[in-house]
Every structure is written in structure tokens, then in C-alpha cells.
Design a protein around this ligand. Structure first.
Ligand SMILES: [Zn+2]
Length: 429
């Protein structure tokens, strides 16, 4: 931890001098475009037959079985979808809940969400997908975000096409470079209660990564107990989750008493020996009330400032770990037992430095490099993402608590009416 903190501090000081938040704009010339199309053609592998599609689904089944230690993982259906540059992806679904997506260009299982609803309409004729960015459906000749239902502008389509190309090319480079080749380590200590094919109550089943932060269940069980993300405020949603995590488990006082009573609702449930039953509820209004109605898209420095402003004059001792993707790995904070906001960045406007970021909260990783994260969407609290092809621009923000632990009473037993601290201590009065 000391080493990474030293590196973080060193890097932050360099960053302050040299690196801007946004990269230099790149003007697309005809030469660029011709080159890009040629590169695209090289990488386009299409699913031509039903057998190929079913074989792809079996690759997803195999990865699902490996990651979840569920030998019986078997998809019930599969479907070919595309990105905005003609690359195929195969989606396998596992009943009412759960799906996995294969990047056909390099046979990498790019996304596994074993307990999440499908993020698009399975019956839709034309579904598009850009890893880490989103899902889209075509209706009446126009594309819409499958979740927000917002129409995608012509400029937006160009950006999505560019990111589609960048992602596939990078994923192939990453795979050839064998960035992540460590084998999955089978651990006998991991629970074996996962059976995604048969469980009737899969929302209560947890995914286990090889490495996780303490109290990672807080993120896993946080299906919808966090501020919603209707307006691209995912950076603030992630900051809210990180602040609540520190308040509940690390050292109370991250929220003032007034803020806690207003925005954190203690969870009242049956306490079980293997952990709590549910998570204290963080109010939807929290990010807007704390940081203003005008909040929207963010870059790492915006979120660092937001965290600092929220914590100012509270007397908490903490470091903000801030890294840019080129120089870091998202797994560093997780190794230190600290959950982190992971920012991916893609162009927003071809002619400016404006970029949009997608931000997720990472709380675990696998030995093969896959990340276990909370997507900031309802039901997407346990999503496993491949790092192959992941954003080359972006960053990592984490809060390293350095204050001593102070108890709180965010958990109460419905039966005994007794209160508990997030650390597990019974609060006597
Ligand atoms: Zn405590």
C-alpha cells in the first residue's frame, strides 16, 4: 500500500505539471479514414452459421462456469449483435436473468452479468453494443440508447463507430500481447452455492472474484440502494458509493450527522452470521443535493474535487488515489483493499477535446484480469468485465481512509431490535 501511495503521490505531482484531463484532439483526414477502414476489414470476423453462433455461446458458458464455479452453467439462447463498425458480438442468455457477451474478433468473453436483466430487448431486430459504453436499438431507421431510450445523434453515431473500431483493435492487441495470462486460481475456500442454471432466487446469489475488497458484499447486494443515474452522472454515483462505503465500514464521520440522517437510511433486516441481509439505503437525491443540480458527466479530477468538497471541514484523514489509465492498473487499489471508480473515456465530439466518460465502481478482480464491478444501474451490481480492449484513456479514483475506525449504527436486527456497526460490533445503547 505504501508503495502504491508513494507512486500515486509522485504521479499526482507529475500530473499537476504535465497532463491535461483531455487528450489532444485528433483531426480525421481522408487518409486516416481509409487506413481505419482497412484496419477494420482485417479485424472483422463474422458469425456465418448457426453452428458458429452456438460454439460462441459455449465459449461464454465455459467462462461463466469458470468464473462462477458453476459447472452446469448453460445458456438457454444466443443471439448475434453488432457494434457500429460491423464487428459481431454473440450474446448468450441464461433465463430471465443473466447474460454473457463474446467479442467475436478475438473470442474474448467481454462481459458477464450473471444476475442482471438483459440491457436490451431480446426481440429487437437490430441491437448494437459498444463494450463499456452501452447498448442500442434501431427503430424506424434511428438508433436509441436501449436503457435511457434517448435517440443517438448523428455525431454520437460517429463517435460510437470510432469507439467500436478502437475497442476491437485494442482488444486484439491486448490479447496478442497476452496482458492477462495468469490462470484462474481455484480456491477451495470460495463458497460453492452458485448454480445459475437452476436457482429460483438468483438475486440473492453472490459472485466471488479471486480478490475482493473487505465488505465487498455491500456492492454486490446493492441492487438499487444507491442514487440512480438518469443524467450521465455515473461519476457522482460512483463517488456516492465510495463515500457511503467509507462511512458505513471504515470510519463514520464521512457524512455529518445531519447528512447521515437525511441521506442514509439504516437497514432493518434479519442479521445473519455470514453477513448482513441488506445494505443501508443511500437516497436518490444525494448527489444533486450535495454537488448541485447542474452535475453531469465528469472526469477524474472533477470527482476528486467533489469528494474533497464533500469532506472539507469534517476532520477525516484520507488520501485520494488518482491515476491515469496509461500509467496504472485498476487492480492497484483493490490489492490494497480499497474499492475504486474506474473511468473510461471516449470522444464526444470529433472536432473538440470534449470526451464522455463511463464510470463504474470496481471492487474485485480475477487472476485472469477480469474486473468485478457495480455498473451504477439497477440490477447490475455484479458485472464481470474483461480488460482486453478496455479504454486506453481514463483513470482511477479511490478514497484511502486513514482515520481510525469509529463505530456507527447503520444496521439493526428486526427481531432483537439491536443495532450493529458495519464492522459487526453490537452497539449497546
Ligand atoms: Zn465499528
Amino acid at each position: 500500500m505504501l508503495k502504491t501511495l508513494t507512486r500515486a503521490l509522485l504521479f499526482c505531482s507529475i500530473l499537476a505539471i504535465k497532463l491535461p484531463d483531455a487528450p489532444h484532439p485528433q483531426t480525421l483526414t481522408l487518409g486516416h479514414i481509409i487506413h481505419r477502414k482497412a484496419v477494420m476489414r482485417q479485424n472483422i470476423r463474422k458469425i456465418q452459421t448457426r453452428e458458429e453462433k452456438e460454439l460462441s455461446a459455449k465459449l461464454i458458458d465455459a467462462k461463466m462456469a469458470e468464473l462462477l464455479r458453476d459447472k452446469d452453467a448453460q445458456s438457454v439462447d444466443s443471439k448475434v449483435i453488432r457494434d457500429f463498425a460491423g464487428h459481431d458480438y454473440v450474446v448468450a442468455r441464461y433465463g430471465e436473468l443473466g447474460y454473457g457477451i463474446l467479442n467475436v474478433a478475438n473470442d474474448d468473453v467481454v462481459e458477464i452479468a450473471p444476475f442482471s436483466p438483459l440491457p436490451f430487448d431480446w426481440a429487437s431486430d437490430d441491437v448494437r453494443y459498444v463494450p463499456w459504453v452501452g447498448y442500442y436499438e434501431k427503430k424506424d431507421g434511428r438508433f436509441f440508447d436501449a436503457r435511457s431510450k434517448e435517440e443517438i445523434s448523428d455525431d454520437g453515431l460517429l463517435d460510437l463507430e470510432e469507439e467500436s473500431v478502437r475497442f476491437v483493435n485494442q482488444s486484439i492487441v491486448d490479447k496478442n500481447a497476452a496482458v492477462f495470462t495468469e490462470p484462474i486460481r481455484q480456491s477451495s475456500s470460495k463458497p460453492k452455492d452458485i448454480n445459475i442454471s437452476n436457482s429460483d432466487d438468483r438475486i440473492n446469489v453472490l459472485v466471488y472474484a479471486d480478490h475482493e475488497v473487505p465488505n465487498s458484499w455491500y456492492f454486490k447486494r446493492n441492487y438499487d440502494q444507491y442514487p440512480k443515474n438518469p443524467g450521465n452522472i455515473c461519476g457522482y454515483v460512483s463517488a456516492s458509493l465510495l463515500l457511503a462505503y467509507n462511512e458505513i465500514f471504515k470510519s463514520t464521520g464521512y457524512f455529518s450527522r445531519a447528512e447521515a440522517s437525511k441521506y442514509i437510511e439504516p437497514y432493518e433486516g434479519i442479521l445473519r452470521s455470514n453477513g448482513w441481509d441488506g445494505v443501508p439505503i443511500l437516497a436518490d437525491s444525494f448527489p444533486w443535493k450535495m454537488w448541485g443540480e447542474g452535475i453531469g458527466e465528469s472526469v477524474p479530477s472533477t470527482i476528486c474535487s467533489a469528494i474533497d468538497s464533500f469532506l472539507s471541514a469534517k476532520g477525516k484523514n484520507y488520501d485520494i488515489y488518482k491515476y491515469y489509465w496509461e500509467f496504472s492498473t485498476i487492480t492497484d487499489p483493490i490489492k490494497d483493499g480499497v474499492p475504486a471508480a474506474y473511468f473510461g473515456s471516449m470522444k464526444k465530439d470529433q472536432n473538440s477535446e470534449k470526451r464522455i466518460n463511463h464510470v463504474v465502481t470496481v471492487y474485485g478482480y480475477y487472476d485472469d484480469g477480469r474486473l468485478l464491478c457495480h455498473y451504477g444501474w439497477d440490477g447490475f451490481s455484479q458485472v464481470v468485465m474483461s480488460q482486453l480492449g478496455a479504454f486506453s484513456l481514463g483513470g482511477v479514483v479511490a478514497i484511502y481512509n486513514k482515520s481510525s475506525h469509529l463505530h456507527n449504527r447503520y444496521f439493526s436486527d428486526r427481531v432483537t431490535k439491536k443495532n450493529y456497526c458495519g464492522c459487526g460490533v453490537l452497539m449497546e445503547c
